[in-house]
Design a protein around this ligand. Sequence first.
Ligand code: NDP
Length: 344
Amino acid sequence: NKQVILNHCVRGSPKESDMEIRTARKKLKLPGGSSGAILVKNLYLSCEPYTYVTNGMSKMEGKIEGVNLESFNPGSPIVGYGVAEVLDSSHPNFKKGDLVWGITTWEEYSIITSTEGLFKIQHTDVPLSYYTGILGMPGMTAYAGFFEVCSPKKGERVFISAACGAVGQLVGQFAKLFGCYVVGSAGSKEKVDLLKNKLGFDEAFNYKEEAHLNAALERYFPDGIDIYFDNVGGKMLDAVLLNMTVHSRIAACGMISQYNLEHPEGIHNLLCLLTKRIRMEGFLVFDYYHLYPKFLEMIIPQIKEGKITYVEDIAEGLENGPSALIRLFSGRNIGKQLVAVTPG
Ligand code: NDP
């Protein structure tokens, strides 16, 4: 059973050498009796900033209120989201052959003892890898963040950072379908082209090439931003605050620019929250999973009718898991980064 092991707690940006590939010789077997555990074959593993946070790779470990973080265990496989096939089950709700998505471990085969974080896959006429992205946790994050947190109105002006990623590319498409003007920022020309030419954004810019973020935002939003979907925090958030309209909204989805910093950057323009009566709300997708059936009802037809596109960046083979995971923090991933456990 090939595994991706986390060697030690990571300080600063993660490196490939923080993880290693190991082969466990012990044959996996379900505990006897009605333990409720299931044995699965992992098919796809999801790379996300969350994987980094919940595995104790960042200093944020243990600080997410209301979320039961997996306890960090050096020398154990990484814990994260994935798509898997059930091979054996002692749980009444799961049987051999079922396909599931949810929390699993980074190895070829896993025994999952707590099935609480697992969803049974009902729709199999779409790519199964989509359950790590558009039909999984990032999809729900985009849906809940945009529709529940941002309270959008038709015609509003929406800005999204890390717009070409797993979550951002969907927020932009939801906002366009809803009738908003949508601009995204991303870290390369290739991503900017994708946003404008494939994902239907009205405008996009490479934030790494802008000497002054404030000037860039003024260029694309001469009348201000009504909704900011924040995936990065830091300097971008600071510049955005200056450009928000009165009674605008900010969904604080993520702050990837801050996760690896020893000393997070200060935000200077918070006074704008008050003067412009901005509502800034942090949210966690875990509070919205009750909306998953409603989300599927909306998104499955949109995928089948080609109204929504999803860009994936697939690393082939479990041994490429470590390099795939760290791509997120240098922005090398183009679209949703995931790992196909067995090369296709
Ligand atoms: P992405 O697929 O967007 O990958 C991360 C991207 O972030 C990179 O491709 C890179 O794109 C950008 N990035 C990396 N480092 C920096 C930096 N220092 N400054 C600015 N941008 C950077 O990831 P996801 O879509 O999975 O996640 C997006 C955000 O949403 C993350 O902050 C994540 O933590 C958060 N999240 C929150 C959830 C919640 O429940 N609130 C649930 C899921 C995700 P670029 O080329 O643009 O630099």
